[in-house]
Ligand binder design. Structure first.
Ligand code: GAR
Length: 202
């Protein structure tokens, strides 16, 4: 049976596209049953619509408090009964209501090698620090900023002439492959979180 995935996005959605492409093959073991966003008018939502996948938007500003938004987001996601939630370029921190419902089965992809360079500017911070390798990290979402248990990482070299944009683009190529491979293994093999460590398998 195919696992049900809800993907949350805030932007261009190339990671989402990689998942949409992968899940088109039934042997992948999962389907994207909905795509949610915290804003409208983004290419990520257009990608979902082109693929015939239902979408929803939950804007922070449409709610009186951040907690109300968090509850509304959790309710929107819950309506699609996902086995796994994938944050793919989702530029908001989910809160306690969301984590109460989906903690332990929500993963996020971050464009740096955790625990280095958490936050919104992973590629810029890595470039400014002067590291020679960086990459992408898939992790199980917890209440912190990019602090959850690591599912997978992909390493990318930093070139002398990199800008934030060229580095981020190189990271995203590796990130999409890592995301598709790792989410596929999570849904087909299962996964276990044991302290800080994550392993595939029941
Ligand atoms: C990805 O590199 C993802 O890791 C990053 O945004 C990009 C989204 O690209 N996410 C974060 O920085 C979250 N803090 P995409 O919209 O083309 O998939």
């Amino acid at each position: 049976m195919s696992a049900r995935i809800v993907v949350l996005v805030s932007g261009g959605g190339t990671n989402l596209q990689a998942l949409l492409d992968a899940t088109a093959d039934p042997s992948y073991g999962a389907e994207v049953v909905a795509v949610g966003a915290d804003r409208d008018g983004i290419e990520g939502l257009a990608r979902a619509e082109r693929a015939g996948v239902p979408t929803f938007v939950a804007k922070v500003g449409a709610h009186a408090t951040r907690d109300d938004w968090d509850s509304a987001l959790a309710a929107e996601v819950a309506a699609y009964e996902p086995d796994l939630v994938v944050l793919a370029g989702f530029m908001k921190l989910v809160g306690p209501q969301f984590l109460g419902a989906f903690g332990g089965r929500t993963v996020n992809t971050h464009p740096a090698l955790s625990p280095s360079f958490p936050g919104m500017q992973g590629p810029r911070d890595a470039l400014e620090y002067g590291v020679k390798v960086t990459g992408a990290t898939l992790f199980v979402v917890d209440a912190g900023v990019d602090t959850g248990q690591i599912v997978a990482q992909a390493v990318v070299p930093v070139e002398d002439d990199d800008t934030v944009e060229t580095l981020h683009e190189r990271i995203k190529v590796a990130e999409r492959t890592m995301l598709v491979e790792s989410v596929g293994r999570m849904v087909r093999e299962g996964f276990v979180v044991d302290g800080r460590r994550v392993r595939f398998g029941a």
